[in-house]
Design a protein around this ligand. Structure first.
Ligand code: C2E
Ligand code: MG
Ligand code: MG
Length: 472
């Protein structure tokens, strides 16, 4: 482009650049520009060398900002950049620097750090600071950013290297889809996902109630909603969605499981109690429980208190324990389960068929429900042949045995992980009458399950009216 500029234009451009460099200031926001940032970074590195501290640069690259910019007039662009700058400066300490690197890129300098993990915390707060939509004129603008972190001394010992490293990390964050943070330093990246961090975040999230309970519907053969299973969800601003398979073992290790389990139970019971009046049939709530909770001396009291507080009838609550965790409890005693059963609460065995419970052990358990493990449902053959010739029993044979067991012991049997009509039909033919799985409904928010309940109520009402209409 420079080739097409006249000599005079070229000169003006050069002068402007020199002026900017001299002022070391961004024209729109008045914040330091990349030159002042570099100066301050070099100073911070000198200090850090003497005092054995860390220095970090965080690049904040606004996602899709150029596209958004094109839809705004000049004054609106300036206003938006001012607002972004105000949000980004809020989580910083005195002595940190927020600078403007480019039209769509900010940078933060964190000098004098004792803890090399501190920048990940700050990055998390910066992402969070952008979460609420911006208002420019009459428009609401949603902004996210890709953040990259570099750290002195691990990633470089001068300002320009640190800046480049942070930029390349931000590019990686952009490639990941944006709205996330990437680091260069392996120790930092590892530490980032390290259990200790996750634990801290989890503890904070429990305290701030930043977790959510989703509900997956359970239906009978005629598609009547008969229950829901409560499933924990945790969306972390940096780590993204952390699955329960990661959260639960971690929470079990550091005893957060008691607070977490109580929170899930209270939230789900409160929700289920409010749904009872809306449901045309008694609606059951299944809540997963970890073996660690069962052995806690206050557990039974805490369940009783939650039912009292939320007014959910005990018969509507089913506590699910996996077969393997029940087997662990065998050694620890089953009296808490008997106490709960005595209160009218139902007990279910989750992932049934994967453990090795003996029949005599099953007989001693105060249980109401067996939940066929998903792996058997996945292995179902729609048209089972009598003799497959295979030495292993087929999933069909295992499911049939579980259903038979259920019938003999007067237990309800639920199939979970039902993903296709063919699986549902095959299960029904084998004698299963309650189904849960993606085919019928994924785990969903309480609000979405409310809509399922509305639809159920409407169809129950229609069914009630139809015979009358026919008779008149
Ligand atoms: P689970 O209790 O056996 O729950 C069923 C899991 O299968 C859920 O995974 C659900 O999202 C998933 N699922 C449901 N239908 C289908 C399907 O059709 N196909 C497939 N592929 N998957 C399906 P999720 O939510 O990731 O939970 C995993 C496990 O974590 C749960 O297995 C449960 O053992 C545990 N968990 C979840 N929430 C809690 C909780 O609040 N407390 C405790 N202690 N454990 C929990
Ligand atoms: Mg379960
Ligand atoms: Mg299961």
């Amino acid at each position: 482009m420079m080739d097409h500029l006249s000599a005079a234009q070229n000169e003006v451009l050069q002068l402007q650049t020199q002026l900017l460099e001299a002022r070391q200031q961004d024209l729109i926001t008045g914040l330091p520009n990349r030159f002042r940032l570099a100066d301050r970074t070099d100073q911070a590195i000198l200090m850090a060398q003497r005092q054995e501290r860390f220095v970090a640069i965080i690049i904040i690259d606004l996602d899709r900002f150029k596209g958004i910019n094109q839809t705004l007039v000049f004054s609106e662009r300036d206003e938006l950049v001012h607002q972004v700058a105000r949000r980004l400066v809020a989580p910083l300490r005195l002595g940190d620097t927020l600078a403007v690197v480019n039209s769509d890129q900010f940078a933060v300098l964190l000098p004098d750090l004792h803890n090399p993990l501190e920048p990940t915390r700050v990055a998390k707060n910066l992402l969070e600071a952008l979460r609420i939509p911006f208002r420019v004129g009459k428009r609401e603008i949603n902004l996210t950013a890709s953040l990259g972190i570099s750290l002195y001394p691990e990633d470089g010992t001068d300002a320009s290297t640190l800046q480049k490293q942070a930029e390349s990390a931000a590019n990686r964050a952009k490639l990941e889809g944006g709205n996330c943070v990437q680091c260069n330093t392996p120790t930092l990246s590892e530490a980032f996902l390290e259990r200790r961090e996750l634990e801290t975040y989890l503890g904070e999230s429990i305290a701030a109630e930043n977790l959510e309970v989703f509900y997956q519907p359970q239906f009978d053969w005629s598609d009547n909603l008969i229950g829901v299973e409560a499933l924990l969800r945790w969306h972390h601003p940096i780590l993204g969605a952390v699955p329960p398979s990661k959260i639960i073992p971690l929470a079990e290790e550091n005893h957060l499981i008691h607070t977490l389990g109580e929170w899930v139970l209270r939230t789900a019971c409160r929700q289920a109690a409010s749904w009872q009046a809306l449901s045309p049939r008694p609606l059951r709530l299944a809540v997963n429980v970890s073996a660690h909770q069962v052995t806690h001396p206050n557990w039974v009291d805490s369940v009783a208190r939650i039912l009292r507080d939320t007014k959910l009838p005990p018969g509507r609550l089913e506590l699910e324990l996996t077969e393997s965790s029940l087997l662990k409890n065998e050694k620890l005693g089953l009296s808490p389960l008997h106490e709960l059963k005595g209160m009218g609460i139902r007990i279910g065995i989750d992932d049934f068929g994967t453990g090795y419970s003996s029949l005599s052990y099953l007989h001693r358990l105060p249980i109401d429900t067996l939940k066929i493990d998903q792996s058997f449902v996945r292995g179902l053959h729609p048209e089972p042949t009598e003799h497959s010739g295979h030495p292993e029993p087929s999933s069909n044979a295992i499911i049939q045995t579980i259903l038979q067991l259920g019938e003999n012991m007067n237990l309800e049997v639920i199939a979970e992980g039902v993903e296709t009509e063919a699986q549902k039909l095959a299960l029904y033919r084998l004698g299963c009458e309650v189904f849960q799985g993606f085919l019928l409904g994924r785990p969903m928010t309480a609000a979405d399950l409310g809509s399922v309940l509305d639809a159920q109520q409407a169809s129950a009402f229609e069914a009630f009216l139809l015979p009358r209409a026919g008779g008149s």
